[in-house]
Write a protein that binds this ligand. Structure first.
Ligand SMILES: Nc1ncnc2c1ncn2[C@@H]1O[C@H](COP(=O)(O)OP(=O)(O)OP(=O)(O)O)[C@@H](O)[C@H]1O
Ligand SMILES: [Mg+2]
Length: 199
């Protein structure tokens, strides 16, 4: 069983959206449990609104459902404390840090990287503005230049994500243009499977 934790310094950077959609991708490859470790219970209420193709468990009840899964995806609240991040990293196979491509997010990310050292983690650029904006690529280049592991895949900013959240489904279940960003989570999922295979 592989354990993937989604976390980060800041709120509202797409942690829960990433956990939900990544878990959907992984559910095409194996049995998935999404553990909602955020007291806001975003993922749980998402699943109660609609239908997700895997079980979502409150972290306080998750032990009951862990056995027999191929993937555990853990959604967490924002973790402003970097020593907290280190402890989290030890408990999983891959730590994903969703981040917006803006300068104010760069500094805390550099601090995070130092704290995490050699732990298996990757920064994921999310809510990336569409071309002609180059903010995503720019941030990716800056992070790479600082030696920070960042996913090649970036998650575009798209209205479909809000609609999917409202409906309580993953972006995979949307139609037409609203489904296009599913490609991003598919590409991310493939990258993640490679990282997990190497590790
Ligand atoms: N790629 C995207 N494009 C557009 N909107 C997005 C995208 N990803 C997330 N959002 C929206 O941004 C808001 C915050 O997303 P989300 O809840 O996933 O962030 P979070 O990091 O889990 O927040 P919190 O710290 O409150 O737990 C939501 O309204 C969500 O629908
Ligand atoms: Mg959240």
């Amino acid at each position: 069983m592989k354990v993937i934790t989604v976390t980060g310094f800041k709120g509202g950077c797409g942690k829960s959206t990433t956990a939900i959609n990544l878990a959907t991708f992984l559910s095409e490859r194996g049995k998935v449990l999404l553990v909602d470790g955020d007291p806001n219970r975003t993922a749980l209420s998402w699943s109660q609104r609609g239908a997700l193709p895997y079980r979502v468990a409150d972290e306080r009840q998750s032990f009951k459902w862990v056995a027999g899964n191929d993937f555990l995806v853990i959604d967490t609240p924002a973790r402003p404390d970097s020593s907290d991040l280190q402890e989290l990293a030890k408990g999983c196979d891959l730590l994903i840090l969703p981040t917006l491509p803006d300068v104010v997010s760069l500094e805390p990310m550099l601090a995070t990287a130092q704290a995490l050292g050699e732990a298996t983690y990757r920064v994921l650029l999310t809510i990336v503005p569409p071309p002609p904006s180059r903010e995503g690529q720019q941030m990716q280049t800056d992070l790479q230049a600082s030696g920070i592991p960042v996913f090649q895949t970036m998650i575009r900013r798209a209205a479909g994500f809000g609609k999917a959240a409202l409906a309580g489904v993953s972006i995979r279940e949307m139609t037409g243009r609203d489904r296009l960003p599913w490609q991003d989570y598919q590409a991310l999922g493939k990258e993640i499977l490679e990282v997990l295979a190497d590790g």
